[in-house]
Design a protein around this ligand. Structure first.
Ligand code: SF4
Ligand code: SF4
Length: 281
């Protein structure tokens, strides 16, 4: 096990402004406790047999952008984070390859188009589960991995490496406080409101909503992640209060009074009715 190598990866991540990094031995996927969640063909050693460690990186989407969803702002930020994840995972794999450890970056999403996701709503490898096994967070009722720093407002990708890197411990205590805001706000009732993995997202319903938003260039949905109270990013952006909509006045509070304005640009304006009737979040 190379602590020195891990320090090198940490330094690289710091240089690349990657805030979340975790390492999980490939054998963690074999532990019976996790078996029901992750079928064998999804295990790292099934996909690349030389894999000894899965390195998971996470980058946040910023809370003020997510709050405006569905919007072109969140759409663009989401794409930017995804691109950076792919580039940075490639760089980490290249760094390890240059040191003589065979490594490969995985794509952060495992499908070509949203229509494919509706037909078959799974990727060939789950970065959420990898992030859990690498100690970066715990699952919420919204089926997303919640992290201490960013709650669910973070995206992940993974690098498979033959290097044996000291692992990070899996987080034991759940971060989800079961407030059910995510289940209540979901416009297509895709979240049953149970703890994961008992309460599985209706992925087809969720993907269908994404497809509808994509037609107007304002996907993804993101409602269930923007309302989640978990995450230090709420403190950073001074958004610890969840009182974001005045039911009596039918107005957004001071932080959100321009949401309709933001949503009505970049494609969203072509979706009258859908945009302005969406719940305020
Ligand atoms: S992303 Fe939207 S549609 Fe999908 S589960 Fe979350 S709130 Fe529901
Ligand atoms: S919104 Fe509430 S119930 Fe949903 S994941 Fe976050 S803390 Fe858990």
């Amino acid at each position: 096990m190379s602590s020195r190598l891990k320090r090198g990866i940490r330094r690289l991540c710091s240089t690349l402004s990657i805030p979340l990094l975790g390492c999980a031995p490939a054998e963690r996927w074999e532990i019976p406790h996790f078996e029901p969640w992750v079928p064998e063909e999804f295990h790292p050693a099934s996909i690349v047999p030389e894999t000894k460690t899965v390195i998971v990186i996470g980058m946040p989407v910023s809370l003020p952008a997510v709050e405006t969803s569905p919007s072109i702002w969140y759409h663009e930020e989401y794409r930017t984070v995804n691109t950076l994840l792919d580039i940075n995972a490639y760089r980490i794999a290249a760094f390890l390859n240059a040191k003589g450890y065979p490594s490969v970056a995985l794509p952060r999403d495992g499908y070509g188009h949203i229509s494919v996701l509706i037909e078959r709503p799974v990727a060939f490898f789950s970065h959420r589960h990898a992030a859990f096994l690498a100690g970066l967070g715990t699952f919420g009722v919204n089926n997303v991995l919640l992290t201490p720093r960013f709650g669910p407002r973070v995206r992940f990708t993974s690098v498979f490496t033959a290097a044996e890197i000291p692992p990070d411990p899996v987080l034991e205590d759940p971060l989800c406080i079961r407030c059910m805001r995510c289940a209540r706000i979901c416009p297509v009732h895709a979240l049953p409101g149970n703890d994961y993995p008992d309460g599985l997202t209706d992925k087809r319903a969720c993907a269908s909503r994404s497809e509808e938003l994509l037609r107007h260039y304002v996907s993804p949905c993101g409602f269930c992640i923007k309302v989640c109270p978990v995450g230090d990013d709420r403190k950073l952006y001074d958004r610890e209060t969840m009182e974001i909509y005045d039911e009596r006045k039918k107005e957004f509070n001071r932080l959100h009074r321009a949401w309709r304005h933001v949503r009505n640009y970049g494609g969203g304006e072509r979706a009258p009715g859908m945009i302005n009737k969406t719940p305020p979040g």
